[in-house]
Ligand binder design. Sequence first.
Ligand SMILES: Cc1ncc(C[n+]2csc(CCOP(=O)(O)OP(=O)(O)O)c2C)c(N)n1
Ligand SMILES: [Mg+2]
Length: 345
Amino acid sequence: MSEAAAPAATGQAGAQSPAAGAPPAGVLRDWLGQMLVIRQFEAESVRLSLAGQIPGGIHSSAGQEAVAVGTAQALGPDDVVSGTHRSHHHALAKGLTPREVMAELYGKASGCAGGRGGSMHLVDARRHFLGSNGIVGAGLGLAMGAALAMKMRSQQTVAVGYFGDGGANTGRVWEFINLAALWKLPLIAVCENNLYAVETHISQAMAGDSVAARASGFGLPAETVDGQDVLAVHDLVRRARNRALAGQGPTFIEALTYRYEGHNVGDVQNYREKSEVAAWLEARDPVDRLRQRLAGLGELDDASFTAATARAEEVVADAIAYAEAAPWPDPASVHRAWPAAAGRP
Ligand SMILES: Cc1ncc(C[n+]2csc(CCOP(=O)(O)OP(=O)(O)O)c2C)c(N)n1
Ligand SMILES: [Mg+2]
């Protein structure tokens, strides 16, 4: 399998000089801030769901922040992103505001989908976020369709389609990969391999050496990346985007990552040991690793990290206050399929 259950420490603690071509410290501090906002957003969305404030299902992305931020930061503003059922991090990293996303979780009119969708139907056409998606593996097909449109229109843009290790065990994912490779579409397929599909560990569900190895049979570049290392993700997506813009077609990325919460709110998690979660937090946490990298460069002290954490808490508290005060959708508008708030592609 792609990854043993017990993680090896691969952090960059103690690094003393910036890697060649690495973004400047100010940029990395911004990425850290984004990851802290996502982490806090997820903690609060789980808390509010348990408290009955948020209707519908919530799938926390805590632990997977570096995949979303590293990917989004390698994209241009007109590049398209298509998500999964676990997509708060994808949406926030693509530029949807915590206010818009939190209001959508609450079902309020000022949510990014006008309160019609909730967590699994986040959408923002103006920011080219095609949406979270409750159908496992399907979001990649939307990204593939967007990539086909881009190619037909000779646009200098790419489409990113996310899916999970569970999605990689569905036939549709490989139908999309097959056509994207055949037609050399500007698609970046990002598999977030967090080791679990609901309660099933990947070792019980997936044949072969890795998801990337499976993908390479379709004749496209397929790489595995440490999804807890935001710089590694960013570098790989940047290269994939350059390939796509040069007309060289799609790239397949398997990002090795981990979810700290259960599959969804309410999951009692009797299929894994608490020690496994603790080991990932201890050795591979993406927030901590970026913090350690910046600290090793002399670019982040403890007080600055504490201040960044406090800022993230403020941003999310403001989003919750905004969502709670926001109006409900007008029942008279229920016949409209696409609320104005979501924009039109
Ligand atoms: C087509 C389809 N089959 C089954 C489900 C039920 N389901 C929801 S999430 C999930 C597992 C997804 O696992 P993975 O793709 O690894 O994503 P993760 O939850 O780990 O982010 C399943 C089977 C679904 N939503 N859609
Ligand atoms: Mg999974």
